[in-house]
Design a protein around this ligand. Structure first.
Ligand code: PLA
Length: 556
């Protein structure tokens, strides 16, 4: 089957990407999640079926069904893009797999899968409500859970007390944006770069690296638990500078991570399990919304210090010094290495120098979240000033790097976690323990994205292209900041919008109240976080007038 799909798509189109799509989408029957071309979906072959549908159990099956079946409520699935792709990419190419599913998919419910797979229903056709009830999907439209779904032999079902969680404050916005059918809609919620046409951007250096990798026809073996030595070294060199003493002396350890969040999560676990210091971390206020979750999930206490002065829309230098001064010795302090999220306000270099001294003097452990290196000023070295200064002053920093934004590898999840240590021996012991932590979480990291990053970082030509691209990106953001401010002023806004151009990096902390932000979303279809943060990367020459007009409207 794979062979057939491969031939049809690769050779008729002369391009490779559909292959991935076809292989992924033809294999699983998405009713029963069985991965087979010869097995019919929902066949009675129970050995081949993933375990599911136990009353009150089987969380995985619940998820699969709730999404693919229940979501449609028995009506045709509305996801036109995937429907089109499924028809166009798979079935009209003459593949004979999962015919039942093809037919049923159009109905939004796999009747055959349901009928063959369940004797309980005596072969009658299932409705979506039947299936939803069977898998205990309480919120499925049209499905009323029976008492049986909630109680197993006098006990509650495994998950029957689980309440619906709130949507994510940032990523939930993209979901809402995608659901909206309104032509006016603008997504300035998540910090993902868009070109001036509002399209996602894939770096040319990454496209080229991908071509080169494909030509090498490399294998897909597991890579080491902490990633390759080459990748980790390239990352730390990018952050700390090539000749930096910890790298020369081997006083650091590093591990590939699942992007920036994964790096922070490893760090949180390392502090919790291995540090001799306090299990308490201090964040700047405000900070990225996910920090609290990442660190509390690892069992750390969280606390805060001042970062942003709302009155002046700038870094609260005195406030942060006063607060950090009071932090108990041996605690952890988190810093945004550059392009602070959400405020776009960083300490100037002189103030970083004082902060570094204070942290050293108080014996605090600094953890740098470096999710935007190159995005603040367009220059990696400038943007790495703070961690480099801290290391220069003898601080043993921890570092979480992400390549989501600065190489556009959002979905590839490539990052690096590292620690500067006091000796090579300490680095080796730490790394051995980090391996144990990672092995217990996800075993080893993915191979593809890190290859792309290494390809770009080690090749002077690709690196040069990368630097040019980053320069162009940061210039576009700086220009669009000016445009937005000018438009607001031209509309006669009485508010001071100077901070739009003063702030740097991806975000603008507009100063809009929650009420104003919610109004922008509800009335004007502009999706931004409730704290008034706008991703400037989503503002373009085409939507800037509209955004300015609406911002003016809600702040009149
Ligand atoms: N740290 C900070 C300060 C961030 O802003 C983000 C991403 C991350 C870490 C994690 O990024 P990564 O795991 O994708 O590498 N913040 C985004 C996306 C861009 C998000 O919330 O996940 C944001 O819109 O704030």
């Amino acid at each position: 089957m794979i062979g057939k799909a491969f031939k049809l798509s690769a050779f008729s189109r002369g391009t490779f990407w559909p292959i991935f799509f076809e292989i992924r989408t033809t294999l699983p029957c998405f009713q029963c999640s069985s991965f087979s071309s010869s097995r019919k979906c929902g066949g009675n072959d129970s050995k081949n079926k993933p375990e599911r549908k136990k009353k009150g159990g089987g969380s995985d099956s619940k998820k699969t069904h709730s999404k693919d079946v229940c979501g449609g409520g028995g009506k045709p699935n509305k996801d036109k893009s995937s429907e089109g792709k499924l028809k166009g990419e798979i079935y009209t190419k003459g593949t004979s797999i999962n015919k039942e599913c093809k037919k049923d998919y159009k109905l939004g419910i796999s009747e055959d899968c349901g009928r063959l797979g369940s004797s309980k229903y005596g072969g009658r056709k299932l409705t979506s409500a039947d299936i939803c009830a069977t898998v205990g999907q309480r919120s499925c439209p049209g499905s009323k859970p029976t008492k049986d779904d909630k109680v197993i032999k006098g006990k509650k079902g495994w998950w029957s007390d689980v309440e619906m969680g709130p949507p994510d404050a940032i990523l939930g916005l993209t979901e809402a944006f995608n659901r909206s059918k309104d032509d006016r809609k603008v997504n300035v919620g998540v910090g993902a770069y868009r070109d001036d046409n509002g399209e996602p951007y894939v770096f040319s250096c990454i496209r080229e690296a991908e071509k080169r990798l494909l030509a090498k026809a490399l294998n897909k073996e597991y890579i080491p638990i902490v990633g390759t030595v080459e990748f980790c070294k390239l990352c730390v060199e990018l952050a700390l500078g090539e000749g930096s003493p910890p790298i020369k002396n081997g006083n650091y350890c590093a591990a590939q991570a699942l992007s920036g969040t994964g790096a922070l999560r490893i760090g949180a676990e390392v502090i919790q399990r291995l540090s001799n210091g306090n299990k308490e971390i201090f964040f700047p206020t405000p900070t990225w919304g996910n920090h609290a979750r990442v660190f509390t999930h690892a069992g750390l206490k969280i606390n805060k210090y001042r970062h942003y002065d709302e009155k002046t829309n700038s870094f609260d230098y005195d406030g942060s010094l006063q607060d950090i001064e009071k932090i108990p010795e041996s605690s952890v302090v988190l810093f945004h290495a550059c392009a602070h999220n959400p405020t776009g306000v960083d300490p100037p270099q002189k103030q970083w120098e004082s902060l570094s001294k204070l942290v050293k003097q108080k014996n605090l452990l600094s953890f740098f979240d470096m999710a935007y290196q190159g995005f603040a000023t367009g220059d990696f070295n400038n943007d790495a000033f703070a961690p480099r200064q801290f290391v220069k002053d003898g601080n043993q920093i921890m570092l979480a790097q992400s390549f989501a934004k600065n190489l556009g590898l959002y979905g590839e999840r490539v990052g690096c976690f590292s620690i500067v240590t006091s000796s090579k021996e300490e680095a080796e012991s730490l790394l051995s323990q980090i391996k144990i932590i990672i092995r217990g979480m996800y075993s080893s990291p993915p191979i593809h994205g890190q290859r792309l990053v290494a390809e770009v970082l080690k090749d002077p030509e690709l690196r040069c292209i990368w630097e040019c691209e980053l320069g162009a990106i940061s210039s576009r953001i700086i220009k669009i900041r000016k445009d937005l401010r000018q438009k607001l002023e031209a509309l006669g806004s009485k508010k001071d919008w100077k901070h739009i151009t003063d702030q740097i990096g991806m975000f603008c902390f507009t100063g809009l109240t929650e009420e104003q932000a919610v109004r922008l979303t509800k009335e004007f279809e502009i999706y931004l976080t409730k704290n008034g943060r706008i991703s400037m990367a989503g503002v373009t020459s085409k939507n800037v007038d509209y955004i300015a007009k609406c911002m003016h409207e809600v702040t009149k």
